[in-house]
Design a protein around this ligand. Structure first.
Ligand code: ADP
Length: 628
């Protein structure tokens, strides 16, 4: 039994190919985790790094509390089952299962006990004397499972174990492996490209694409709340339908305008998390609706479509159609008007029929047409507020409040500004007051829908806030973006400062032995690195680390001003930025500009800053990669 932690894991192959990027997950004891994604997305590479069959380029891998990056596979207490079974053909089933244990010099009596127990669990007791070639694919895969089982490992790793089996056997083995996991109470990590296996077996699923994790979630959350179009399309068969549309808000309805100018209406309440900037009828949006979430009517409202084909699967049928009322010239190319609807117990629809599709408004999905990221995030990334300026005040959400000096400078002559306000920037306070319309669980927080006219402002609130309450709040001005007539004039201040520098070492004799000390060099600041971080950078980049340039990032809150003889980075203050609630100095050091938090009374224009090396993250600049 074991939990695993993958922290910022990367794999760059010797040929420079980045197969896995910044993979992080905490896997609890006894979870059944599935890595799923199309061929080549990095699933096997990740699994093989966990097994120790592939080196980890950067990042930390823990099994239990032990860092195992450099631990031999045999010492990791894991067992791996491969697609190819990898059985020894000249050995019997018994010998195959006993082989690993014999290598470990386990007493024969205990080996026998373990093999018989595993054989019983896997229902292969009567084949123990057979050779693999005398068995079916399914039976061989059970032997491969048995060989892993007898080792009683902390973690089971399974790499596409069912892909050599026929469909019927696969379905049966799926259930058996799930049952095995339940009875063993061990952590399973399972790789597959088959979304049905992922959905039916995993307690949580990691969806990957081109070396990047797309979403980590439970099967139902992936199905109901896909983070992007890729996940939406990957999970579910037949695949989710996607259409290029535009959205226009009309009172309490939102009109979905298709490329053929057909429209459907959706109550605004169902899509209120979509940012207003997508609702003006101009911005291209991708509309997604699963085949099982569309109602087909013989007549009436909805999207008109012509049925091109009906696949009857018994009580269920997949109706294939084309939006509009004519087919045009036949082409296999998807012109964006294809639609699939899954219906149950309907035999009244034939190819050639004209029918009407009504998407279930509770099940609609919308994605940014460019980034393909959902527009219906559990926690919307930002709210908009139109602030009307006059003198040193601004009017926002019905209240007049002081206009931060930085906003005033950014606004220039403009009479109003648009603020991008992330929910995280809304904190209890007394500048603004809106009524809580609704409260929803969002991860481990509460998302409040604050009523602002006929729209909502989304805020994260604690348990004491209830629906119907008036919520008093202020804004963390430094976390807001400012735009004038659609053009961003001021970005939110990021939480981290990034500085570039180099890396060096010195070797000293301490008590007769040679000891290495490593340093981050940023301008005139030399900061000793934590030894384990120094060794890590050296082991990843080799001796070129002493010639490379690195990006060092540190939490802005962890930076302090220093005086006297304490080491620090000398910086010149170019200007002070007053946000009202907080003040920053725009400083320059070594040709780099950055912001640091300062007191309003700061008079010096020449300062020195310092931070603790353990608060520094180090990134390679040649390929984007977090080293530590
Ligand atoms: P998956 O298991 O998702 O099909 P893999 O983890 O096997 O994907 O491979 C991820 C990517 O890394 C692929 O593009 C593959 O071609 C590449 N790759 C795998 N092994 C090597 C290797 N030894 N050297 C270079 N590239 C590799």
């Amino acid at each position: 039994m074991a939990n695993l932690k993958l922290s910022h894991i990367y794999k760059v192959y010797d040929n420079g190919h980045k197969a896995v990027n910044d993979f992080s997950i905490d896997i609890a004891d006894r979870e059944f985790i599935v890595f799923v994604g199309p061929s080549g997305c990095g699933k096997s590479t990740t699994l093989r790094m966990i097994a120790g069959l592939e080196t980890i380029t950067a990042g930390d891998l823990f099994i239990g509390d032990t860092l195992v990056n450099d631990m031999e596979p045999k010492d990791r207490d894991i067992a791996m089952v491969f697609q190819s079974y990898a059985l020894y053909p000249h050995m019997t089933v018994y010998e195959n299962m006993a082989f690993g244990l014999r290598n470990r010099k386990m007493p024969e009596a205990e080996i026998k006990e373990r093999v018989l127990k595993a054989a019983k669990m896997l229902d292969i007791e009567e084949y123990l004397d057979r050779k693999p070639k005398e068995m079916s694919g399914g039976q061989r895969q059970r032997v491969a499972l048995g060989r892993a089982l007898v080792r009683d490992p902390k973690v089971f790793l399974l790499d596409e174990p069912l892909s050599n089996l026929d469909a019927k056997l696969r379905a049966a083995m799926r259930t058996e492996i799930t049952a095995l996991h339940k009875s063993l109470n061990t952590t399973f990590i399972y790789v597959t490209h088959d979304q049905v296996e992922a959905m039916t077996m995993g307690t949580r699923i990691v969806v990957m694409k081109l070396g990047y994790v797309q979403q980590i979630d439970t099967p139902m959350n992936l199905y109901n709340e896909p983070y992007n179009k890729f996940v939406a399309g990957f999970i579910g068969t037949p695949q989710m339908n996607f259409f290029d549309v535009r959205l226009k808000r009309e009172g309490d309805q939102v009109k979905v305008i298709f490329s053929n100018n057909d429209t459907i209406m959706i109550p605004y309440e169902k899509v209120s998390k979509i940012h207003a900037r997508y609702l003006n009828g101009d911005v291209p949006v991708t509309f997604g609706i699963r085949p099982e979430h569309i109602d087909l009517k013989k007549d009436g409202s909805g999207l008109k479509l012509i049925v091109t084909n009906v696949e009857r699967l018994g009580n269920e049928s997949n109706i294939h159609g084309k939006l509009g009322d004519h087919l045009g010239e036949f082409t296999m190319k998807d012109d964006g008007n294809n639609i699939i609807v899954k219906v149950i117990d309907r035999d009244d629809i034939e190819a050639g029929d004209i029918v009407y599709a009504e998407p279930n408004p509770n099940k609609v999905h919308f994605f940014d047409a460019e980034t393909e990221v959902t527009l219906m995030n559990k926690i919307p990334p930002y709210n908009t507020g139109e602030a009307v300026l006059s003198g040193d005040t601004m009017e926002l959400y019905g209240q007049k409040v002081p206009l931060p000096k930085v906003f005033k400078a950014a606004a220039g002559q403009a009479g109003s500004i648009e603020l991008s306000i992330p929910p995280q920037a809304i904190v209890p306070g007394r500048d603004f007051r809106l009524q809580v319309g609704r409260i929803e669980k969002a991860d481990d927080r509460q998302l409040a829908y604050l009523k602002n006219g006929d729209s909502y402002v989304f805020a994260l609130v604690d348990d004491s806030v209830k629906e119907g309450d008036m919520y008093n709040f202020s804004l963390l001005n430094e976390k807001l973006g400012v735009s004038v007539r659609g053009n961003e004039v001021l970005k939110a201040v990021e939480d981290e400062v990034a500085l570039t520098g180099t890396f060096s070492k010195t070797e000293v004799k301490e008590n007769g032995s040679r000891v290495l000390h490593f340093f981050y060099n940023i301008g005139d600041y030399t900061l000793e690195a934590a030894p384990e971080h120094g060794y890590k950078i050296n082991s990843i980049d080799g001796d070129s680390c002493y010639k490379n340039t690195y990006k060092y990032t540190v939490d802005r809150d962890k930076i302090r001003l220093v005086t006297g003889s304490e080491p620090g980075l000398s910086a010149h203050v170019k200007e002070q930025l007053d946000y009202g609630n907080v003040c920053f100095a725009k400083a320059e050091a070594n040709g780099q500009e950055f912001l640091i938090k300062v007191d309003r009374e700061l008079k010096d224009s020449d300062i020195r800053i310092a931070f603790d090396s353990r608060d520094v993250s180090v990134y390679s600049t040649s390929i984007e990669l977090k080293l530590c």
